[in-house]
Ligand binder design. Structure first.
Ligand SMILES: Cc1cc2nc3c(=O)[nH]c(=O)nc-3n(C[C@H](O)[C@H](O)[C@H](O)COP(=O)(O)OP(=O)(O)OC[C@H]3O[C@@H](n4cnc5c(N)ncnc54)[C@H](O)[C@@H]3O)c2cc1C
Length: 382
C-alpha cells in the first residue's frame, strides 16, 4: 500500500522482502479469503499505549477507500458478522490487486533479499544505505514494514524492532495477540474432552467484554470470543465466561424447579447447553448435587450456581504464543513517530508502518485496515 501510494506520486520505489514471496499473511488470512477490512472501523477497535495515534491515518485512508480499490479491481466480496468483509473467492485477489497497482506505477519488488545492515548517510539525495547479501542500495526514505513476531514460519522476524532500536526508538514489550488460551489445571482435560464444541458466550476481563462464539479445542479455548479477549488479557489473570448470555438463568432454574421437581440439574441444563458440557460442569461445579433432585436443592444454592454458570471464572496458564497468534501486541512506540507521516521523530526519512508499530486491531479486518491506512499515510510523504 505504501509502495503503491508513493509510486502514484512518481517516487522511485523498491520493496525488499526476505521471504520467497510477498504478502504471505494476506494469502493465509481469513481462512484463505482475507478479511480485508471492516465496515465499522473506530479508534476504539485498536490497542496502543498511545490510543489517539491511529485516528489521523484511519481518517485519511478509510475502509471506504479500500473498498473502492477492491471494487475498481472487480473483486467480489461479502459481509459477515460484525461488518467483517471477505473476498468471495480468494485472498489471492487482494494480493494480485496490490501487486498490479504497484506494477502500474513502476514499483520494483525483490524477494529473497536478506538485509544485513542499515546506515544513515548524507550524500545529497540519499539518507540511508541498505546493505544486502546482493549488494548495497541507497534511498532518500526508508519504510520499515516488517510486521510483528506472529507466525515465524511466514517470515516474521524481530528485524523491524532492531532497526527501531538502532535509531534510538523505544520498543514497547511485545506479546502474542488474537491467540487461543491454554490451561494446566482441570480445564486442560475438559477442553480436550470437549474439543470441537462451540457455543455463544460473553467473555470478560476488567478491561473488555466480547459476545462471540467460544470454541473448545484439544489445546485449550479458542473461537472469536477468546481471540478478541486475548488482546486484553494479562498472564496470571482470570477471565469470566457467561455460558448463557442475555438470559436470567437464576429465574429460569427456579421455574424449572417448580415445573420438574424430580428432575436432576444436569437434565434441566441439558436443554440449554450441550450435554457433554453439562457433564463437565457438573463435575467441576456441583459434584455433591449430581444425583439430587431439583426440589431438594435450596433456591440460594441454585442462585449461586446460576451465578457461576453466567460468570464461570477460568485461569489460563498461557496462550498458544506466536506460533498461532494472528498479531503482535506492543512494538515501536508511536510517541516517537508522526501520526501524519509515520516518520520517526528521531531519524528523518525513517518511517514505520503496519503491525511493527504499537497499534493492534481487534479481530475482524482491523489489522489489515491499519496496514492500509498507515501505509497510505507514509506513502504520501516518503
Ligand atoms: C493466520 C493469520 C490470519 C490473519 N487474518 C487476518 C484477517 O483476516 N484480517 C486482518 O485484518 N488481519 C489478519 N491478520 C493480521 C494481518 O495479517 C497483519 O496484521 C498484517 O499482515 C500486518 O501487515 P504488515 O505489512 O505490517 O506485516 P506483514 O503482513 O507481516 O508483512 C511483513 C513482511 O515483512 C517481511 N519481513 C520480515 N522480516 C524481514 C526482514 N528481516 N527483511 C526483509 N523482509 C522482512 C515478511 O516476509 C513480510 O512479507 C492475520 C494474521 C495471521 C497470522
Amino acid at each position: 500500500m505504501c509502495a503503491m501510494t508513493a509510486g502514484q506520486r512518481g517516487r522511485r520505489v523498491l520493496v525488499l522482502d526476505s521471504s520467497n514471496k510477498i504478502g504471505k499473511k494476506i494469502l493465509m488470512s481469513g481462512g484463505g479469503r482475507c478479511n480485508f477490512t471492516n465496515l465499522y472501523v473506530e479508534p476504539g477497535n485498536f490497542l496502543s499505549a498511545n490510543p489517539h495515534f491511529c485516528i489521523s491515518a484511519l481518517d485519511r485512508y478509510t475502509q471506504w477507500d479500500f473498498i473502492a480499490l477492491v471494487d475498481k479491481h472487480r473483486i467480489p466480496w461479502h459481509e459477515r458478522l460484525h461488518g467483517q468483509l471477505f473476498c468471495n473467492d480468494s485472498a489471492k485477489d487482494i494480493l494480485a490487486m496490490l501487486v498490479a497497482e504497484c506494477e502500474q506505477v513502476g514499483v520494483g519488488i525483490r524477494t529473497h533479499v536478506e538485509i544485513t545492515g542499515i546506515t544513515a548517510i548524507d550524500n545529497g539525495e540519499a539518507r540511508f544505505r541498505v546493505q544486502t547479501a546482493k549488494g548495497d542500495l541507497t534511498a532518500h526514505s526508508l519504510v520499515v514494514a516488517t510486521g510483528g513476531l506472529s507466525i515465524p514460519t511466514l517470515g516474521a522476524s524481530g528485524f523491524g524492532y532492531d532497526i527501531a532500536r538502532q535509531f534510538g526508538h523505544s520498543v514497547l514489550p511485545t506479546r502474542a495477540g488474537l491467540v487461543p488460551f491454554t490451561f494446566s489445571d482441570a480445564m486442560k482435560g475438559v477442553t480436550e474432552r470437549l474439543s470441537g464444541l462451540a457455543l455463544p458466550s460473553t467473555v470478560s476481563v476488567p478491561a473488555a467484554t466480547f459476545s462471540e462464539a467460544l470454541l473448545f479445542t484439544h489445546r485449550g479455548l479458542s473461537g472469536p470470543a477468546v481471540l478478541q479477549l486475548s488482546n486484553y488479557w494479562q498472564l496470571g489473570e482470570t477471565f469470566s465466561v457467561d455460558l448463557l448470555p442475555g438470559e436470567n438463568l437464576a429465574d429460569w432454574l427456579k421455574a424449572q424447579k417448580r415445573a420438574h421437581p424430580k428432575a436432576l440439574l444436569r437434565t434441566v441444563l441439558g436443554e440449554r447447553l450441550a450435554k457433554a458440557l453439562v457433564l463437565e460442569l457438573q463435575a467441576l461445579l456441583w459434584p455433591a448435587r449430581a444425583e439430587t433432585a431439583m426440589t431438594d436443592i435450596p433456591d440460594a444454592e441454585l442462585l449461586a450456581l446460576a451465578g457461576e454458570l453466567q460468570a464461570w471464572t477460568l485461569k489460563p496458564s498461557g496462550t498458544e504464543g506466536y506460533r498461532t497468534a494472528e498479531v503482535t501486541l506492543g512494538g515501536v512506540d508511536t510517541r516517537e513517530l508522526s501520526s501524519r507521516t509515520m516518520e520517526s521523530r528521531l531519524q528523518p526519512g525513517l518511517h514505520f508502518i503496519g503491525e511493527v508499530m504499537d497499534v493492534t486491531g481487534w479481530l475482524g479486518g482491523f489489522n489489515f485496515q491499519w496496514a492500509w491506512s498507515s501505509g497510505h499515510a507514509a506513502g504520501q510523504f516518503v
